[in-house]
Design a protein around this ligand. Structure first.
Ligand SMILES: NC(=O)c1ccc[n+]([C@@H]2O[C@H](COP(=O)([O-])OP(=O)(O)OC[C@H]3O[C@@H](n4cnc5c(N)ncnc54)[C@H](O)[C@@H]3O)[C@@H](O)[C@H]2O)c1
Length: 479
């Protein structure tokens, strides 16, 4: 759909959008940056707390279609807190917030299926944008957001805050100096316990306080079978991207940065499944992903089940549960620590900086320096797409006997080792892989220049990279 048609068909005709860029406030050097938050759930509340205490920032308004979840209470808490009570406006409809002329920047913390559209509409309304990860729910819409950001000239930052940690540039320098020899594999881990989300026998209604149509936006209307309406949307393809696109996207982003890759691998393969419980969730809770970057590959592992059945606590790989491990000839880097091959500590980098990610956005807005953001929207888009690619591989895959998978990947040592770890983890968790076979994903080929799948599976994979939207909430194509 062309942008002109989108403007006509959208419920909100984005009136004023075309003039929005020119009607932006000119900021004085000592003026507060006036900020609004779109999406006030768990993470939105956290950002609100931080912004409400940040020097040089005025938190002005919040928007959420369900004020009964967190937003109403938060408004009260801010107004009545002992230190620095703060009056903020609340809007059920984010379009009312975007229409305001007294807001310079928005922080987008809605559900994943909204991120790209919220960001595009905010940029069209002339607001600087900080958007939480993943910045997209499909590869195509992420690219439209990148195009819109370029067109707008506004500050746009992806909320991948590990980019602001000092340890990573230090690690790049350390590797350059040759202390560990060549890098053999960039490994990302998301070993994060995820329990069953439950399964309702008959579909539930959304919370009575929620404007469900506005909550759904571009996503499809489907029966609600999860007992907890908020947050658990992460585990449904309609609205979420599994733990790979949730926690994992941070480590996927760092993993490719450490390899110096600013694009895509040609081939991607996922192996995974949802093990340990039957619930309303659809996304894998156990997954390994192979990205065939050249010359050094990247491997990602997701585990939602614990180290042992019935315990709380996750297993550990090379001293890491959630983080990045760079395997090298002479040892490995696990997060901010360097170890030799025997696991003896050799060096430590500074772990700090992540907490500055949001204030660095404010700084870029104040200085009007879009180029200075610590994580550009292009990087946010590519790293988000790197989560969508294996998820598409998974969705096009088939449940396969473990022995067949072993046979299929046996030529690749790193893949076979990761697969052996996967099998051992599920064996310890007493999973019967004959009853619930792992999904061997489709081996996909991707052209990074066109952001299109090629080869035999292109016709099935490309529609999943494009997505489809409810008519009222189409993401516009932006050249
Ligand atoms: N950077 C990080 O480390 C980090 C940590 C946690 C969450 N997040 C991200 O933050 C986002 C929110 O996660 P969460 O845990 O707070 O989930 P949540 O379900 O608690 O909150 C999402 C909120 O978005 C609201 N929402 C839905 N449609 C909306 C619309 N049209 N307009 C405005 N708001 C809308 C929901 O009502 C809800 O309040 C996710 O994308 C998640 O990936 C990032």
């Amino acid at each position: 759909m062309k942008r002109r048609d989108f403007l006509k068909s959208s419920a909100w005709t984005v009136l004023g959008t075309l003039t929005a860029l020119s009607s932006r406030r000119v900021l004085g050097a000592n003026e507060n940056i006036r900020v609004g938050i779109i999406g006030v759930g768990r993470q939105g509340s956290y950002h609100a707390e931080r912004l409400s205490k940040m020097a040089g920032v005025q938190l002005v308004a919040l928007a959420d279609p369900d004020p009964g979840y967190k937003m109403g209470l938060l408004q009260q808490e801010l107004a009545h807190r002992e230190d620095n009570p703060l009056e903020v406006d609340v809007h059920r409809d984010f379009r009312a917030l975007l229409d305001r002329k007294d807001i310079d920047a928005v922080v987008i913390v809605s559900c994943n299926h909204w991120h790209s559209l919220h960001s595009i509409l905010a940029l069209q309304a002339g607001k600087h944008v900080y958007v939480e990860k993943p910045v997209s729910h499909t590869i195509w819409e992420g690219r439209q957001l990148v195009n819109m950001a370029k067109k707008s000239g506004l500050v746009v930052q992806a909320g991948l805050h590990h980019r602001s940690r000092a340890c990573w540039p230090e690690a790049i320098e350390y590797l350059k100096q040759g202390h560990l020899g060549k890098v053999i594999c960039s490994c990302g881990l998301c070993y994060k316990q995820r329990d069953s989300i439950g399964l309702l026998e008959s579909p539930a209604s959304p919370p009575s306080t929620c404007d469900y149509d506005l909550w759904l936006g571009p996503a499809q209307e489907q029966p609600i079978r999860r007992p907890q309406f908020h947050y658990d949307w992460h585990w449904l393809w309609n609205t979420g991207d599994g733990d790979l696109g949730n926690q994992g996207v941070h480590q996927v982003d760092i993993g490719r940065w450490m390899l110096g890759q600013d694009g895509y691998p040609e081939h991607v393969l996922s192996i995974g499944g949802r093990f340990g419980y039957k619930d309303a969730g659809e996304t894998p809770n156990t997954q390994i992903v192979f990205y065939d970057y050249k010359p050094v590959p990247m491997i990602f592992e997701v585990r939602g089940l614990p180290a042992q059945p019935g315990v709380r606590g996750m297993s550990i790989y090379k001293k890491t549960r959630i983080g990045n491990v760079l395997e090298c000839e002479g040892g490995y880097i696990a997060e901010e620590t360097v170890y030799d091959k025997q696991g003896k500590k050799m060096h430590t980098f500074s772990p700090h900086g992540g907490e500055l990610h949001l204030s660095r956005f404010i700084e870029a807005v104040r200085n009007n320096t879009p180029q200075d953001v610590p994580c550009s929207i292009l990087d946010g888009h590519i790293s988000s797409a790197l989560c969508h690619l294996p998820n598409i591989s998974h969705q096009l895959g088939a449940q396969t006997a473990a022995a067949e998978i072993t046979e299929k990947i046996k030529a690749d040592v790193l893949q076979s080792e990761a697969w052996a770890r996967f099998l051992e983890h599920l064996r310890v968790n007493q999973q019967d892989l004959e009853k619930n076979r792992p999904v061997l994903g489709a081996a996909l080929t991707f052209d990074g220049t066109t952001e299109q799948f090629t080869g035999d599976l292109a016709a099935q994979a490309n529609p999943l990279a494009r997505g489809h939207y409810r008519p009222k909430w189409q993401v516009p194509a932006i050249d």
